[in-house]
Design a protein around this ligand. Structure first.
Ligand code: GDP
Ligand code: ZN
Length: 373
C-alpha cells in the first residue's frame, strides 16, 4: 500500500503528463484562436489597402507596377503621392508640381516602357530625390509610329480628353487627308476630336462655301468643327468653352496657327507647367517633344511641335474602320464580307463614293491610309 507521500508524488507525475498531453478540445480551441488571429491580420491588411485606395481615389487601382528595389519605402508599399508628367527627357521627367523625377530603375528594364506627357504617375520622395515608382493605366492616348523605328510607336500624349485638330482655312491650304489620319489615330486611342479651322479671316465668301462642303462630312460624323481666327479673335471664346477644364492636345501641321490660338486663348500668357527645360535628348526613353501647358483657367494643353505630316504607318483594318464609320456604314451591302473597298466587284462603298452618297474625299483618304501612302 502506497504511503500518502507516494500518492502525492504519483498525482504530481500524472499532472505533469496531462499538462503535456493536451486534450482534444483544447487543441481545437487553440487552432480556432490561431485562425482568428490570422483572419484579423488579413482584415488589417485589407483595411490598409482600402485606405490606400481611398487616399488615391481617382488613381484607378494604381499599384506599384514594379517596386523600386533601391527604395525601401516603395518596396514596402509606402503611400505614393501622384503627379502628372508634363515633359519627358532623357533620364528624367518633369512633373506638374515643378519637380524633376527619376524613373525607378526597375521600370526601365522593360524595353517598351516609355513615359508620355500626360501620364499619371505614383511618386516616392526621399532625400530630395523624387522617383516614379508606378504608372496608372492610360485612359486615352495619341500615338504615332516612331520615325526612327517602324516597329515602335511613340505616345505623343496620354490621358487626353480632347484633341484639337487645327487646320487652316488657307495658307497653308486645308488638307482634309491629314484630318482623316488624325481621326483614325484619335479614334483608336479613345480621344475625342475637335476640329478647329483657323485663319477664317483669310477666306472670301465663295471660298467659305467651298470650305463648308469640305467640312460637311465631319459634322455628319458627329465631330465638332469650329471656325476661328486667332488674328481677328473670332470663335476663340467658343473654343475656350469647348476645352475648359479638360486636358487637351493641340495637333496639326506647322504654320496653321496653333501657337497663335494658344496665345489668343490665354492672353495673360500660358505657363509652362513644371520647370523650363528645352533639352530633348534622343535616348530610348525620350519619346517626344510634347509639352504640357497650363492655361489661366486651369485647362491643360499638350503641345506637340513634332507633328507635321502625321504618318500612321501600317494601320490595322480594324483600327482603320474606327476612323471611318461613314465608309463602314455602306460596307454591309458589299458583295464580299471581307471587302477592302479597293477594287472588288459589287463594292457598295465604291458605288456610294461614285454617286456622292459617301464623300469622295473621305473615300480617297480611306484608300490612301489603307495603302499606307
Ligand atoms: P503653328 O506653327 O501652328 O504654331 O502656327 P503659328 O501660330 O506660328 O502661326 C503661323 C503663322 O500664321 C503666323 O505668321 C501667324 O501670325 C499666322 N496666323 C495664325 N493665326 C492666324 C489667323 O487666324 N489668321 C491669319 N491671317 N493668320 C494667322
Ligand atoms: Zn466594299
Amino acid at each position: 500500500m502506497a504511503s500518502e507521500e507516494e500518492k502525492r508524488r504519483q498525482r504530481e507525475r500524472f499532472g505533469d503528463q496531462i499538462r503535456h498531453l493536451v486534450p482534444r478540445d483544447e487543441v481545437q480551441r487553440r487552432k480556432q484562436k490561431a485562425k482568428a488571429k490570422r483572419g484579423a491580420l488579413r482584415d488589417k491588411a485589407a483595411r490598409r489597402r482600402r485606405d490606400w485606395d481611398e487616399d488615391d481615389a481617382g488613381f484607378e487601382k494604381m499599384r506599384p507596377r514594379v517596386p523600386d528595389p533601391g527604395n525601401p519605402a516603395a518596396a514596402a508599399g509606402a503611400k505614393l503621392s501622384h503627379a502628372v508628367v508634363v515633359g519627358v527627357h532623357r533620364g528624367h521627367v518633369e512633373l506638374d508640381d515643378g519637380r524633376a523625377a527619376r524613373i525607378a530603375p526597375a521600370l526601365l528594364t522593360d524595353p517598351d516602357f516609355a513615359l508620355a506627357v500626360g501620364d499619371d504617375v505614383g511618386i516616392v520622395a526621399s532625400d530630395d530625390v523624387v522617383r516614379i515608382a508606378a504608372v496608372s493605366p492610360r485612359r486615352t492616348w495619341l500615338v504615332r509610329p516612331d520615325p526612327g523605328n517602324a516597329h515602335r510607336r511613340l505616345v505623343l500624349a496620354a490621358n487626353v480628353d480632347v484633341a484639337v485638330v487645327v487646320v487652316a482655312a488657307a495658307d497653308p491650304p486645308l488638307r482634309p487627308g491629314l484630318v482623316d489620319r488624325f481621326l483614325v489615330a484619335l479614334g483608336s486611342g479613345g480621344v475625342v476630336p475637335l476640329v478647329v479651322v483657323n485663319k477664317i479671316d483669310l477666306v472670301s465668301l465663295a471660298a467659305a462655301h467651298a470650305l463648308d462642303r469640305t467640312l460637311a462630312p465631319y459634322a455628319e460624323l458627329g465631330v465638332n468643327v469650329l471656325r476661328c481666327s486667332a488674328v481677328a479673335n473670332e470663335g476663340i471664346d467658343t473654343l475656350r468653352g469647348a476645352i475648359a477644364g479638360k486636358t487637351c492636345v493641340f495637333v496639326g501641321h506647322s504654320g496653321v496657327g496653333k501657337s497663335a490660338l494658344l496665345n489668343a486663348l490665354d492672353p495673360g500668357g500660358h505657363r509652362r507647367t513644371g520647370a523650363v527645360n528645352e533639352h530633348h535628348g534622343r535616348g530610348r526613353h525620350t519619346t517626344t517633344s510634347s509639352r504640357m501647358w497650363l492655361l489661366g483657367d486651369g485647362t491643360r494643353v499638350i503641345d506637340t511641335p513634332g507633328v507635321r505630316a502625321f504618318g500612321l504607318g501600317n494601320v490595322d483594318p480594324e483600327v482603320l474602320r474606327t476612323g471611318f464609320p461613314d465608309v463602314v456604314a455602306f460596307a454591309s451591302s458589299c458583295r464580299f464580307r471581307d471587302c477592302s473597298h479597293r477594287d472588288e466587284n459589287e463594292c457598295a462603298v465604291r458605288t456610294a463614293a461614285a454617286s456622292g452618297a459617301l464623300s469622295a474625299a473621305r473615300y480617297r483618304s480611306y484608300l490612301r491610309i489603307l495603302a499606307n501612302d
